[in-house]
Write a protein that binds this ligand. Sequence first.
Ligand code: XBP
Ligand code: MG
Length: 276
Amino acid sequence: MPTLEAIIFDVDGTLADTERDGHRPAFNTAFADAGLDWDWSVPLYGELLRVTGGKERIRAYLRQHLPDFTPPEGNNGPKGSDEASLDAFIRDLHKRKTEHYVAMMTRGAIPLRIGVLRLLREARQAGIRLAIATTTTPENVTALLNSTGVPDLIDWFEVIAAGDVVPAKKPAPDIFELALEQLQLPARACVAVEDSDNGARSALAAGLNALLITTSSYTHHQDFGDAALVVDQLGEPGAPTQILSGRHAGVLEKTLPSPFHIDLASLHALHAVACR
Ligand code: XBP
Ligand code: MG
C-alpha cells in the first residue's frame, strides 16, 4: 500500500471561503472603475462559477448576458481585430480585479476556514509535504496566505501551482498534474482537498482518488462524483465534522471516531481506503 506523502489543497472555497465576499466584490469594483454598470449579484455569481478562472468567467458572462458587447472606444486593444481588442479589455479588467482582491485580502477580509491552519501545522510537523493546485492568480494566493499573520505560511507549501501556468483550467486535470509533477510524486501518494465539482473532476482526472471535499457556501448542493469523502468542513475539537457523502463514506464512518474532525489520522484512513 502506498504511503501518504503529500496533501494538495485547492484555495478558493477550500482554504478560505473567498468567492462570495472576496472575488465577487473585487470583480464588481473593477467593473465600476471601468464605468461599466455590471453587477454580479450573489445568485448570478453562483451561476458564473460554472466557469473557472476570472478572465474566462468575464468572457462567459459577456457571451451569455451581453452578446452584443464591444469594448468602449479608446480601449487599448490592438486595432484591427475585435477579438484581440476584447482579449485586451478582459485582461485589463481582470488585472484591476486582482488589485482589488489583493487589497481586500491584505486588509484581512477573509479568514482561513475552520481547521485549515491546524491541519497544515499537523502535516508539517509529521513531515507530510504541502502543495496548492488552484485556478486563481498567484498574487491572490500570496495575499491570502500573508493575511493570516502566520509568519512564512506561504513557505510551508513546497509547490504552488496557480492560474494561467497550464493550458486548461479546472475541471481539466492540468493544474493537479502540474502539482504532482513538481512534487515528483504519483497521485496515489497524495490526498487532495477540494470544495467544488469542477475541482473534484480535475483532481479525479489527475488520478487523485484520495479526494476529500469540504463543501463551501456555493458548492454544498453539487455532485462530487467519485470523491472518497464529502464533509461540511475540516472541523476542530469542539466543532465536529459532518460526513455528507462520498465513495468511501460508509467504511470511513465506521472507522473514524464519533464525533470527529479531519486530522492527519483521518487523512491517513481516507488515503488507505481510497488507494488500497
Ligand atoms: C477558483 C476560480 C477562480 C476564482 C477567481 O476555482 O475559479 O477563477 O474564482 O480567481 P478553484 P481569478 O477554487 O476551483 O481553483 O480571478 O484570479 O481567476
Ligand atoms: Mg475551489
